[in-house]
Design a protein around this ligand. Sequence first.
Ligand SMILES: Nc1ncnc2c1ncn2[C@@H]1O[C@H](COP(=O)(O)OP(=O)(O)OP(=O)(O)O)[C@@H](O)[C@H]1O
Ligand SMILES: [Mg+2]
Length: 292
Amino acid sequence: MTALQEPLVRTFFRQQHCAEYATYIGPREAPPVGIRLDREKAIITDSLCKQFGPIRAVDDLSLAVGQGSRFGFLGPNGAGKTTTVRILSGLLQQSSGSATVCGFDVAKERNKVKEVTGLLPESPGLYSKLSAVEFLEFVGALNRVGGEKLMRRIDALLGILGLESRQDDLLESYSSGMKQKVLVASTLLHEPRLVFLDEPTSRLDPAASVLVRDLILALAEETETTFFICTHMTSFAEDTCDIIGILTNGSLQVLGSPQDIVEQAGADDLEDAYLKIVGGQIDRESLLTWRK
Ligand SMILES: Nc1ncnc2c1ncn2[C@@H]1O[C@H](COP(=O)(O)OP(=O)(O)OP(=O)(O)O)[C@@H](O)[C@H]1O
Ligand SMILES: [Mg+2]
């Protein structure tokens, strides 16, 4: 095998493991007593609004995300994506409107929402004096997963993400992409029904982004996990998500499959469609006017 082929082969085996991991997690058991599930919809928002003083960060957002969907949330900086995720994950109270996640009201049943969801926040914190394994054990314990089951999941996820040889090193010695991988793993450990990923591929190299995509696809297919993914990577969204919503100034502009959005915009791909819908293309002369 050539030096060039070797990483490709390793990546291929890791991709196989994504599917194996999802199969091993297997179909879900019946939900614990007290968990109410809309058979169809994992997220429903009705005229959701969030006001920060004069800024309307989320403006009349009505949305339904099907169970097992991979929903991609796109939009320019400041559009309101993270604010929506913070409301839906029970971290922030909306100003008006309502939302349910896995059947639980995000304002009134926050603890239930937190039990059934996983969250990769936009600016996560890590305990830098713990190793990756210790950190994941800690997160598992917080989510009441432990013992053999937890250790098997930690081993499998660290193996898939290519961190097995560094798993006992302190997180302070990790690169930013390695930390991001540990954080992605930490959102999946307790087998949440719905996972919020706020820019999961930021800091990841292209091969790691592909692995995260494959993990999402395998888990959605095998375990009906729903994913709500904020991203600026249109190609990642196009490959990973079955439904895309584009948000500008807190309002939903477009909702549909990547193919429908591309076709309706008369675009070549999702990036082209996004630029047509959101704007953002500035001619070269204007780009240089600041120098005058
Ligand atoms: N705690 C806060 N206090 C005041 N304004 C806030 C607060 N959080 C968010 N905002 C404002 O709400 C708007 C939406 O911000 P948000 O972080 O949701 O955008 P975003 O779509 O996630 O952007 P990005 O792509 O840059 O991550 C912005 O105008 C932001 O300044
Ligand atoms: Mg954000």
